[in-house]
Structure formats: C-alpha cells, structure tokens
Design a protein around this ligand. Structure first.
Ligand code: PGA
Length: 285
C-alpha cells in the first residue's frame, strides 16, 4: 500500500476544492479497476478552513461507496447502528482527510491555533507535523514537534512527521546524521503509535524543482528505516516513509519504485487533481 498525500498549503478555497473533487472523482471513475486492488491511500490536507466542508463531501462519497458494496454483498444499511455506520462510511471514503498542523495542547488561550482533538472532530485521520515551512517560519523546534506528535496520537490521529536537511548540510555531507538526529528528537518517546508516517523532505527541494538523485533518496529512506527499526523493532516495517519535494508525474514513478519508500507528500503538483492522480497512479502496481 502506498500513501499519497496532497498538501495544499495555503492554497485553494471552496470553489477550487469543489473543482478538485470533481476532477479527482472523474479520474477515479475511469481507473476504478486499479483502485479496487486497494494499493493506494489518498490523503488530502487542505487549509483548515476547508476541513469541515471536505469531511462532509468525502463522507457522502464514503456513503455511496459503502451502499454499493453492501448491495453487492447482500447486506442492509438498516442492520447497523448509527455509530457503526459512521465508522464504516469513514472507512469507505476514497480520500482520507488530514490537517497541515496542530497545537500540542488540548485547548486554551492559543489564539489562531487548532488542537488535535478539534481535528479529529472534523473527520481528520492524519496531521502533518514539523513541515519545514513551520520549522523555519514558525520557529518550531524538534521538542515542540514531538509534543505535537504526542498530542496527535492521543487523539487517534496519525502524525506525518517531516524531516529534511538544508542545502548547506547536504553539501557538507552531514545530511544522514542531521536527519537522524532530527527524526529521533521529533518522535515522542512515550507515545504508542498504531501508525506512523515519516516524510523525508529535503528543504532545498521543496518548491524548487530540484529533486535529489534517486540513489540519494534511497540512501536516506534506508537510513530512516534503520532508525525506526532500532526504535520500534519489527513494528517499524508497518510504518511509512514518504518522499516529498518537487514531486511531479515526471519523477513520481521512479521515486515510488524505490525500496523503503512507501509514498509521496506532494505540494504544488497536488493543487491540480489530474496531476495528483497521475502522480499517485504512476507506479505499476
Ligand atoms: P512541493 O512541496 O511538492 O511543492 O515541493 C512539498 C511539500 O512542501 O510538502
């Protein structure tokens, strides 16, 4: 299973979101056979203001999908409790919902912030944590990121923890050690993870059109996997390592085929649903 995450950052409003969904579902309709194999999980991380709206749109999709499946299996929607149905519908939506950040506290006087509990309430299953744009522009330290990840896990959200080196660090050939340190310091030691996603995003690659050589991505993914294995033993095999940074449909196939790479975190190219879909389905499953 590959996880392909769309990070819209501070882009798209309600109108663009509607167009995006329309295009996404048209693509899905045309490629249903491929997706029936359950080989891709799509995660959409829009601006926070769209989460509630997109949750209800995606639940409608989940309901239609579930209805179809139950009909084929001869099951009846009326046989389930409201609680069971909500869970089933959420499980059957074609796109999971994620947020781009959360606060590490549950509630309080934190003007402008959103807690992990609030995200769960609007249907989020994932949250991006420690994106370099937050580390740099909002001065988020590894310590804060670890606290956020812990808060996310406590609310049943899967954290997508981002790590990555600057150009200078890579030029000094210190990138492996740098990312190793960042990773270990950003994972909360006390949290019990059901699922964990690490996104390797070299800062110099984000939005620049520059992508590391596939051998360099493979080298880093291997190192991240080794660190996870050391920390979580065999459970590390169930965790996901994604690559992010200037991913397009021109380079996605090669990156997705790398060992230890379980998916992609896509920024700019995810704003266009057709391109996002091409990226996700570029690998030959
Ligand atoms: P990009 O962004 O695909 O536009 O380079 C990736 C990211 O920041 O997650």
């Amino acid at each position: 299973m590959k996880i392909i995450v769309a990070n819209w950052k501070m882009n798209h409003g309600f109108e663009e979101a509607d167009i995006w969904l329309e295009n996404f579902f048209r693509n899905l309709f045309l490629q249903q056979k491929l997706l029936e194999k359950n080989v891709i999980e799509f995660v959409l991380c829009p601006p926070a203001i769209l989460l509630d709206y997109l949750d209800s749109e995606l639940m409608d999709d989940g309901f239609r999908n579930l209805e179809k499946i139950m009909k084929n299996d001869g099951k009846n929607i009326e046989d389930f409790t409201a609680e069971e149905l909500t869970k089933l519908i959420a499980e059957h939506r074609h796109i999971s919902l994620g947020a781009q950040d959360c606060h590490h506290q549950q509630s309080g006087s934190f003007t402008g912030n959103i807690s992990a509990a609030m995200l769960t309430k609007v249907g989020c299953e994932y949250v991006i944590i420690g994106h370099s744009e937050r580390r740099i522009r909002h001065f988020e330290s590894n310590e804060i990121i670890a606290k956020k990840a812990k808060a996310a896990v406590a609310e049943n959200l899967t954290p997508i923890i981002c790590v990555g080196e600057t150009k200078e660090v890579r030029e000094q050939k210190k990138h492996i050690n740098f990312v190793a340190h960042q990773l270990l310091a950003s994972i909360p030691s006390e949290a019990k993870f059901q699922k964990l996603i690490i996104a390797y995003e070299p800062i110099w690659s984000i939005g620049s059109g520059l992508v590391p050589a596939v051998s360099e991505i493979a080298e880093m993914a291997k190192s991240i996997r080794e660190i996870l294995t050391e920390k979580f033993s065999s459970q590390a095999q169930e965790f996901y390592v994604l690559y992010g940074g200037s991913v397009t449909s021109k380079n996605s196939k090669e990156i997705l085929s790398l060992p230890n790479i379980d998916g992609l975190l896509v920024g700019k190219a995810s704003l266009d649903a057709d391109e996002f879909f091409r990226i996700a389905t570029s690998s030959s499953f």
